[in-house]
Design a protein around this ligand. Structure first.
Ligand code: BDP
Length: 698
């Protein structure tokens, strides 16, 4: 099954000139070292060569002749080569690699090296990508290091194997059969992650179950850690704050209680005894009903630092999430995380990193960047992206997320003057933070194709690439991914790349144009529900977010409203605060705008909104037309799957347009403009729809 192989298809190199070049520059392989990691690198090269070129170069015990591929860590390299590469070694960090054509004793060789074996493995995967994307292997000179330390997937996997917000089947982790049964999938998962530089995985849901910390389960976690280790992947777990009560028989989980402190210290020691390179804990505390330090009159700093002390002797890390609600600013959820966390700047221990979602609400199709980025100079902040498409059509909609990720990473916080981008906060260069990271909520399950939608694989891939280098362009990522996953034929790549790049704006247009947000239906977030107003927390209701009325629509977060704009640096605040300068893509995020307001294109807000919904539908229809023409370039299996999925996406885009426009029309009281198709059903019909089959909260 092609789907299963992800971006590691290793298709035969179709262009014979290129294939000949590869064969001529790659006559032998010299693999130095014998760690598991180096063995994996060697195996990967053999698979790659035999699949792409039909033959494996001669495996040589040492460097003889020319045109060899020399694969070795720095320490195993011949001293002369090492000296020759000295200035390159100076440039890389422990996980960075060098791929270079050198002349050694007058003979041309290609070297793949790095300081650690895992860096060599990264180099090998990058080298294979060169072949997969049909780039030249003559005169290579690549020196590349990851820009962040922790490049990690967050699996929201429950112990019963359901996945919160998972749309690709059940959890990969088969707790019942572990530790004795090692599913081949664990290995393939590790390999796929290593190929894009992901070096960590949180196995369990942020809404945590304390049982994972019991010996019964730790034994199983240990088995997974053993599988992942040679691929450079560390295992992390979520820590349920009340675990000392639930599995430790204590009366409290108060972070200042000495028994509690000891319990976590002992628990950590127990884990590290099994898994010496255990990464640490990810914690969701005092959010959405989860227990936390506030239950005992303590704060996030007390909670995080207590856990940080427990793992510090073992170099463990605490990733403490800033996804909280708070009593401050009850009238605007977008302000709450900042209000709660910003005052803690500088108070966390060195091995704590605060994990912040990309936007202040919750993984919407579009949000302005989270105001915490850049606002806590003395605290390492890590990015949390959501790869699983909770609010973006699940695994049925083709939405290329690296475009969204890039928009956030490029955003300028102005916190240290112009050019203080979110990427610089995240990679630590803005404030010289030592600990850095990017997390992605995984979209992976046990579906045959891993991610439900064949194109959702690109989101896993793109996440990994951006975690490695947050400055990469999403177009480059799409290009690489298409070539490695489908074909190098430019008649396929160019049009399909365009639909990927456009797909993000399409979903914004047919779901939440012009800065609208959180108008998805209750609980499961499947489909439109702008009318929903009966949820227990006001800030879970779509009506709280769009605030449509006779006068207009949108959330006034400017200084005439909740003043959320003031959480940004003055330059950004000014931009968002005024109706004239606020980018139209964020208009209704920051302003309550009259229906007759004139948009930049001369349309009234009502007409402009309606036309945006229509544009989203048209974009999906255009995607379908492009896809139809790709049949001759790819396998029929994936062609058919994507074709069916696009048809669903088209239907659902129309559903979104119709339901939202009929609903908002009650307030605007205006006709739909020309060019917008008339809805075929009534508003009551859309409101009556129920979805017992929609995957929900796991
Ligand atoms: C929301 C999800 C919920 C998660 C929560 C979180 O709806 O299932 O538990 O975020 O991130 O997006 O903690």
């Amino acid at each position: 099954q092609k789907d299963y192989k992800l971006w590691l298809q290793y298709n035969t190199v179709a262009n014979s000139a290129i294939a000949t070049e590869y064969k001529n520059t790659l006559k032998g392989i010299v693999l130095l070292g014998n760690s598991e990691t180096i063995k994996i690198a060697g195996k990967e090269l053999k698979t790659g060569f035999s699949d792409m070129l039909g033959n494996i170069p001669e495996i040589k015990p040492d460097i003889k002749g020319e045109n060899n591929l020399i694969v070795s860590s720095e320490s195993n390299l011949n001293i002369e080569i090492k000296n020759e590469l000295k200035s390159d070694f100076d440039k890389i960090n422990d996980e960075g690699f060098i791929i270079k054509t050198v002349s050694f004793k007058n003979k041309k060789q290609i070297i793949i090296t790095g300081k650690k074996d895992v860096a060599v493995l990264y180099g090998v995967f990058n080298f294979l990508r060169i072949l997969q994307t049909n780039k030249s292997t003559k005169n290579l000179n690549i020196v590349d290091s990851p820009k962040t330390n922790i490049r990690i997937l967050n699996h929201w996997d429950n112990l019963d194997r359901t996945i919160e917000r998972g749309y690709a089947g059940f959890s990969l982790w088969n707790w019942q059969k572990l530790p004795d049964f090692i599913d081949q999938r664990y290995i393939d998962y590790a390999r796929a992650n290593a190929s894009i530089g992901i070096n960590g995985t949180v196995l369990t849901n942020v809404n945590a179950n304390a049982l994972i910390l019991t010996p019964q389960y730790l034994e199983k976690v240990e088995a997974l850690a053993n599988v992942f280790r040679p691929y450079g992947i560390k295992v992390y777990l979520t820590a349920r704050f009340s675990a000392p009560i639930e599995i430790g028989n204590l009366k409290t989980a108060d972070p200042k209680d000495s028994e509690v402190i000891n319990w976590w210290k002992n628990k950590s020691a127990e884990i590290y005894k099994r898994i010496p390179d255990f990464g640490g804990f990810l914690v969701k505390a005092n959010s959405e009903g989860q227990p936390g330090p506030q239950n005992y009159g303590r704060d996030h700093v007390d909670g995080a630092n207590m856990l940080a002390d427990a793992v510090a002797p073992f170099d463990g890390v605490i990733m403490w999430r800033a996804f909280v609600y708070s009593e401050h600013d009850a009238n605007d959820r977008a302000k709450q995380a900042y209000a709660e966390f910003q005052p803690y700047d500088g108070k966390f221990k060195e091995n704590v990193i605060v994990q912040v979602k990309n936007g202040a609400i919750d993984f919407q199709p579009r949000e302005p960047f989270h105001p915490l980025f850049g606002a806590m100079p003395k605290t390492p902040l890590m990015m949390e992206f959501q790869i699983t498409q909770e609010y973006l059509g699940f695994s049925t909609h083709l939405v290329f997320l690296p475009k969204l990720f890039q928009e956030v990473l490029e955003a300028d916080t102005y916190q240290k003057g112009e050019g203080s981008t979110v990427a610089k906060v995240v990679d630590g260069t803005l404030y010289q933070n030592k600990l850095t990271g990017i997390a992605g909520v995984a979209n992976i399950g046990n579906d045959l194709n891993w991610t439900g939608h064949p194109f959702a694989q690109a989101n896993w891939y793109g996440f990994g690439r951006l975690a490695w280098n947050p400055y990469l362009d999403s177009k480059t990522i799409a290009d690489e991914w298409l070539r490695s996953t489908f074909s190098n034929d430019k008649n396929f790549i160019e049009p399909v790349k365009n639909i990927m790049i456009e797909s993000r704006e399409a979903v914004v247009n047919y779901m939440t144009p012009l800065g609208l947000h959180h108008i998805m239906d209750t609980g499961h977030h499947y489909g439109p529900g702008p009318w929903v107003s009966n949820l227990s927390r006001p800030e879970w209701n779509p009506t709280y977010y769009h605030k449509a009325d006779k006068n207009g629509i949108g959330f006034d977060r400017s200084k005439t409203g909740t003043n959320a704009s003031a959480q940004y640096a003055p330059e950004v605040e000014k931009l968002f605060d005024s109706l004239e300068t606020c980018p139209e893509k964020d208009l209704l995020w920051f302003h309550h705008v009259p229906w007759n307001y004139k948009l930049k294109n001369g349309q009234t807000l009502w007409n402009g909104l309606a036309l945006k919904y229509q544009e989203g539908v048209n974009q999906v229809s255009a995607m379908q037309n492009v896809w139809k023409k790709t049949e001759k370039y790819i396998d029929s299996e994936r062609f058919n799957e994507v074709e069916m999925l696009l048809e669903i996406q088209y239907k659902e885009a129309k559903w979104w347009r119709n339901a939202c426009l009929l609903y908002f029309q009650q307030f605007s009281g205006k006709e739909l403009p020309d060019g917008v198709e008339k809805p075929t059903h009534t508003l009551d019909y859309f409101k009556s729809l129920k979805f017992p089959f929609a995957p929900g909260n796991g």
